[in-house]
Design a protein around this ligand. Sequence first.
Ligand code: ZN
Length: 167
Amino acid sequence: MNNSNWKIDIIDEIKQLSANLSESQKKKYQLELLEKLINRIEQFSNKNCSKCEKHKENIENIINQIKNKSSKKEYDNNLKLILNHMKEDHGLYRVNEKQNELMPIGLSLGLALGAGLALSLCLVLSAAPLELGIPIGSGLGLVIGMTVSASIGSNMDRKNREEGKLI
Ligand SMILES: [Zn+2]
């Protein structure tokens, strides 16, 4: 494929492909993200990033995988390779990436905190029955863990957006 026309041709191909996909399939294959990645790959391969140049082929494979309705896993693996390269070599992130990344951490910290709180509540309010101390403590811990991680994550995401670090 002619270099300068690569992006135009490939975006064109996606447009045609997307006309034959349902809304849920478009979401499933993250076509919007794919288009953004194509723009970035074009941008950086023009700046002599040899990995981006190679990922052009990967994008073509991905499009064929959508066309052939190959397994979603294969598609996800290919997409991940490109996303990792964008993050590691170009410092670019996905929308809400940090928030999603921190969520499981917030959840496990919340659970741990909740267990501690539940225990303290049961000890401190020795009069309070376990049936009260455990749900209140663990609920509170979870809420705190999730709220804190969500707010840290969304702050990091906002910073990424403000600094033009989104794909
Ligand atoms: Zn690159």
